[in-house]
Design a protein around this ligand. Structure first.
Ligand SMILES: C[S@@+](CC[C@H](N)C(=O)[O-])C[C@H]1O[C@@H](n2cnc3c(N)ncnc32)[C@H](O)[C@@H]1O
Length: 286
């Protein structure tokens, strides 16, 4: 820790000590993340009455880097993955541009998720993707996983489906912002219906939703050419992991589609919540 960082850390803990009762100080978050110029931090329920104070303290602490503070007050829920982020301090405009892997991701950080825990996975698939591939991102959000592939692996072709109009609008904007209109196309709607015309054509399919149903895994498999790769994501409780649930699901879906599969990699992306891991399986469809 440099002298300056040490002073800043001390200032921050003093600021909390001045505003928050002593018995609650152990609950004060020690980590936070950035989406563009917005800072997000998880606030435990014990501190529910002090969210505004925490917001103002963090805004002062990070004023050189951030414009807005958001608090994560509960789990992300539902099919379109709506986060429970509350505006705490700063500029109430929560639209920002996040820069990562040489790409610009424009999004509303209060309405959509750009998970810092998935950074390693975004980087990993960029490294293993080849040029000239035809890639289908079934759950695109604002292009989190597939935009870097279109930007850096030209001349790939990417089709990205997204059911949430808010995410789809940013996805479309990001395609333009990153000047990849000639090789990436966004489609608004349900991937179970939209992707039929691409069956048997993909080299790589991204199943980046943590709760795909068996039909969606089947759809992913249908899209694959012989030898193509699926990156299958799942939020898996530890008990289900011991029982091999993600791999069994892939096997079940492949059987229904009369395809053989070869498991290449099973990896933990991040801890999702207590007792639940976010896993990714790379599987080759034969
Ligand atoms: C967890 S996010 C994944 C974001 C990104 N792939 C990543 O890894 O960071 C899942 C996205 O899939 C979208 N989605 C869910 N069901 C869908 C469906 N049936 N068809 C198309 N998109 C869907 C949601 O709206 C959400 O934006």
């Amino acid at each position: 820790l440099s002298a300056e960082e040490g002073t800043r850390k001390k200032q921050l803990s003093n600021a909390f000590r001045n505003k928050i009762p002593e018995e609650l100080l152990p609950f004060v978050p020690r980590r936070w993340w950035f989406v563009g110029d917005i800072l997000i931090l998880s606030i435990p329920k014990e501190l529910a009455n002090y969210t505004k104070e925490i917001g103002l303290i963090m805004l002062k602490h990070e004023q050189k880097r951030v414009r807005t503070i958001l608090g994560k007050l509960g789990p992300t829920e539902g099919m379109i993955r709506t986060p429970s982020f509350e505006f705490l301090a700063g500029d109430p405009n929560t639209e920002t541009i996040h820069k990562e892997l040489g790409c610009l991701f424009k999004l509303d950080a209060a309405k959509l998720i750009f998970s810092p825990g998935n950074h390693g996975e975004r980087e990993r698939i960029l490294k293993i993707t080849n040029e000239n591939e035809f890639i289908i991102d079934m759950f695109a959000c604002v292009g989190n996983l597939s935009l870097p592939l279109a930007v850096h692996r030209k001349p790939v072709q990417v089709i990205a489906t997204e059911i949430n109009p808010v995410a789809y609008n940013y996805l479309t904007e990001n395609i333009k912002l990153n000047k990849v209109e000639n090789r990436m196309k966004a489609i608004l709607g349900d991937n179970r219906i939209l992707l039929k015309e691409f069956e048997g054509q993909a080299d790589r399919v991204l199943l980046g939703y943590l709760d795909s149903d068996i039909n969606q895994i089947q759809q992913g498999i249908c899209l694959c050419k012989k030898g193509a790769i699926i990156h299958y994501h799942e939020a898996t409780p530890s008990k289900a992991e011991i029982q091999n649930r993600p791999i069994n699901r892939l096997k079940e879906a492949a059987k229904l589609e009369n395809r053989e599969i070869k498991i290449l990699i099973k990896k933990k992306v991040k801890k999702y919540s207590p007792g639940i891991n976010h896993l990714v399986i790379d599987v080759q469809i034969l």
